[in-house]
Design a protein around this ligand. Structure first.
Ligand code: SAH
Ligand code: SF4
Ligand code: F3S
Length: 444
């Protein structure tokens, strides 16, 4: 039996697309393998949000040149966001001529056709340049090879209309297209019946859900409709934009049984000047007020964020405002990124780019500040008993189990007869650490 290997870069959306690619390959008779050396087909599902993951793909695919020379039947494919950038297919053809298949973010359903072409001895490169018409969703109903049996990703909206000035995503994923309300509900029902316990609703901007549909349903309505799904005990979503986070939505989350008490709200920067230059559509004051409203409505919730350091024009004062904002909000954790200019975005052509040395100094300060806060918050968990969904054995320590709290803290704990995968258990936190917390099962 022929084997496939998929290497995924980037966000959950890409991880989920890889599950669909895997589903299609399985349906075609391929079998998954964990070893790239064993594979008859290797697919790189790529990300181009920053330069680093892109460089990695070029490096890793380059390294396969010899493997392809040794085995002419080996099929190498590149999928995902990187392929959708202007001029990228030509670049791939020139720099990685041993690649057989290229397919874009909305061409996944065409994979069988592309494989036919390759098996007939041709190269098959297919990306899209025009959104599907009439809200048609070419990805609806495709087979999905889910990596977890406990937590399932469910797409609710594709693309992004926000055009934050640093970001490539709207260019490579297209304009916002909401998936049909009924299609989402029936997928989640089906997942509940199949034994999944958690669903993660996916979109670049989930709280725009429904704006392009004519039936008046928004994201809060969707959460409401999903709340009573039999079998599903937790609902998460990502990512949400602070600007579109309405009181209706906060209220829905506060009253919902299953939607988790975790808010990931990318702030990006603490200076109003930088926020305006980034085209984020809110001020720091608005953001702080939003956090206050959330904390009032959902006491005990966790709040996490994304921050970018070194956006063009960010001066010392602007950066000091980001630090101040971090100290004021006290995020549970933060993803911190060095600004990476992306071809074709407004940010890339701004002239006041920041030197690397200044950026590295700033990011170190930012990470150190956040680490102290994360440490203090997690220390407060020590001795507490929390509800954890057992997700599987720990990736870093296979002799332990791992799971998450509703607030999305990763907990590692020893095996226990009551802690079966997919069950909710009570765990007492015995040792707080910066990334994962150690705990033990409390018998009830
Ligand atoms: N749609 C999501 C996430 C997009 S990408 C959202 O808007 O929240 C995830 C994160 O990558 C962003 O929140 C941002 O912090 C970071 N990011 C995006 N483009 C970047 C760039 N050009 N350089 C550095 N970080 C970037
Ligand atoms: Fe990028 Fe902004 Fe859209 Fe997020 S909201 S995907 S950061 S353009
Ligand atoms: Fe990367 Fe595409 Fe996600 S650019 S962050 S994989 S939407």
């Amino acid at each position: 039996m022929r084997k496939f290997y998929i290497k995924t870069f980037g966000c959950q959306m890409n991880e989920h697309d890889s599950e669909i690619i895997g589903g299609i390959l399985e349906k075609r008779g391929f079998k998954a393998t964990d070893s790239i050396d064993d594979a008859d087909i290797i697919i790189f599902n790529t990300c181009c949000v920053r330069e680093k993951p892109e460089r990695k793909v070029y490096g890793q695919v380059s390294n396969l040149k010899q493997a392809k020379l040794n085995n002419a039947d080996l099929i190498i494919g590149i999928a995902g966001c990187m392929t959708q950038q202007a001029g990228e297919v030509e670049r791939i053809a020139k720099r990685l001529p041993h690649v057989d298949i290229v397919f874009g973010t909305m061409n996944i359903h065409e994979l069988p056709e592309l494989l036919d072409q390759v098996e007939a001895g041709h190269k098959a490169y297919r990306i899209w340049d025009k959104e599907p018409e009439n809200n048609e969703n070419p990805l609806e109903g495709l087979p999905i090879r889910r990596v977890s049996g406990v937590s399932a990703w469910v797409s609710i909206i594709y693309g992004c209309n926000n055009y934050c000035s640093y970001c490539i995503v709207p260019y490579v994923r297209g304009r916002e297209r909401s998936r049909k309300f009924e299609d989402i509900i029936s997928e989640v029902k089906d997942l509940g019946q199949k034994g999944f316990r958690e669903i993660v609703l996916l979109g670049q901007n989930v709280n725009s859900y429904g704006h392009d549909l004519k039936n008046g349903h928004d994201f809060a309505d969707l959460l409401h409709a999903l709340d009573q799904t039999p079998g599903i005990s937790r609902i998460r979503y990502m990512t949400s934009h602070p600007r579109d986070f309405t009181d209706k939505l906060i209220n829905e989350i506060a009253t919902s049984k299953t939607v988790c008490e975790h808010f990931h709200l990318p702030l990006q920067a603490g200076s109003n000047k930088v926020l305006a230059d980034m085209n984020r559509g809110y001020t720091l004051e608005y953001y702080l007020d939003l956090i206050a409203r959330i904390r009032q409505a959902v006491p005990g919730c966790s709040i996490t964020t994304d921050l970018i350091v070194g956006f063009p024009g960010e001066d010392d004062n602007d950066f000091a405002e980001t630090l101040r904002a971090v100290e004021e909000v006290r995020f549970d954790s933060a993803f911190t990124f060095i600004y990476s200019p992306r071809r074709g975005t407004a940010g890339a052509s701004m002239h006041n780019q920041i030197p690397d040395s200044v950026i590295s100094d700033r990011i170190q300060k930012l990470v150190a500040t956040q680490n102290i806060i994360t440490g203090e918050i997690n220390k407060g968990l020590q001795g507490k008993t929390v509800e954890v969904l057992v997700e599987g054995t720990s990736k870093t320590n296979p002799s332990m189990l791992s799971g998450r709290t509703r607030t999305n803290k990763l907990i590692i704990f020893p095996f226990h007869p009551e802690a079966r995968i997919g069950e909710l258990v009570k765990i007492k936190i015995t040792k707080a650490r910066s990334w994962t917390q150690l705990g033990e099962v409390v018998s009830v």
